[in-house]
Design a protein around this ligand. Structure first.
Ligand SMILES: C[S@@+](CC[C@H](N)C(=O)[O-])C[C@H]1O[C@@H](n2cnc3c(N)ncnc32)[C@H](O)[C@@H]1O
Length: 293
């Protein structure tokens, strides 16, 4: 039931640590997971007084809170919330460094119960917060053809024709029997001639829709000017081009029309050695912006 050889390793850890300015006091880690970036920042920068940590996943929240509390409990303010709720948490403070790591935690892929992976048969779910909201099962089994088509064109970047073909196949199949598991969805896609890579892209598109990932990233980007202190920085790691395009464009707008500058002109990418040691890191891009007034 579990996918072997998947271990989540923090991505571009050294690059993130190098991008922090000296003596930060208030940090926000918007996507903590098991806290690799966070615990290293806390060890390296003794000036940090408070670290606000967000993670939407209730299981990860519980585990990581227990793990980090003995050493860092006085400094970390644990928030089992979406990063989109930052204003309600940081309402009278500003942050010196904001970190966002938008990858999917690879532990999610190992868990058959979460339905993120094309390689493990399990129930279709794909929610980061699996206690709330519509799951991938609801989307696959209720969205009409035009809405499904839009997901595949917008998030999988398939042509409208191919997207509609996939949408019709799903709707046709579910008339007889609901699509309940990841393998049922994968086999249905295989019948259209879609191979492993295309299936993974379709799964990713359902995950983006299930978690409203693009809307959330847009909200998060909009919050940066409000929650960042002057002379301090925000760093964002993305893992696919849809997100990176949004970050790149917004950082450019901030640098051209607001009081920000791009700390790195181009996105920082993992080194050859990191990619050899951690294959999933190969698509990561890290962009950093600083607020100057
Ligand atoms: C790649 S992991 C972060 C890894 C972390 N930087 C590390 O290396 O230890 C991304 C995390 O973001 C969380 N997440 C996804 N969407 C979120 C949201 N809207 N708000 C808060 N956390 C979210 C996921 O549950 C996952 O644990």
């Amino acid at each position: 039931m579990t996918e072997k050889n998947i271990h989540h390793t923090p991505v571009m850890l050294q690059e993130v640590l190098n991008s922090l300015p000296a003596n930060p006091k208030i940090i926000v880690d918007w996507t903590l997971w098991h806290g690799w970036h966070t615990s290293n920042m806390l060890k390296l920068f003794p000036t940090i007084q408070k670290l606000y940590w967000f993670d939407l996943d209730p299981n990860i929240f519980k585990e990581t809170k227990e793990k980090l509390r003995p050493e860092f409990g006085n400094q970390i303010d644990f928030q089992n919330k979406s990063y989109t709720e930052i204003q309600s948490v940081l309402w009278d403070e500003k942050a010196d460094f904001l970190l966002v790591d938008l990858w999917v935690n690879l532990e999610h892929f190992k868990d058959w119960n979460r339905g993120f992976s094309t390689n493990i048969d399990g129930k279709l779910d794909m929610r980061f917060d699996n206690t709330n909201g519509k799951s991938a099962y609801d989307i696959v089994n209720t969205y009409p053809v035009p809405e499904l088509t839009k997901i595949f064109t917008d998030y999988a970047e398939f042509t409208p024709k191919k997207s509609e073909e996939i949408a019709k196949k799903i709707v046709e199949t579910r008339k007889n029997k609901k699509v309940e598991t990841t393998f049922q969805l994968k086999f249905l896609l295989n019948e259209l001639g879609l191979g492993q890579k295309a299936c993974a892209v379709i799964f990713q598109a359902f995950r983006i829709e299930t978690n409203k990932e693009i809307d959330n990233v847009k909200m998060l980007l909009g919050e940066i000017p409000n929650v960042l202190s002057v002379w301090w920085r925000c760093g964002i790691i993305t893992f696919h081009s849809l997100e990176d395009r949004l970050v790149k464009q917004w950082f450019k707008t901030l640098a051209e029309t607001w009081n920000f500058w791009l700390v790195y002109k181009k996105a920082v990418q993992p080194t050859y050695t990191e990619i050899q040691q951690n294959r999933p890191s190969r698509s990561a891009k890290y962009r950093v912006i600083e607020k100057i007034i």
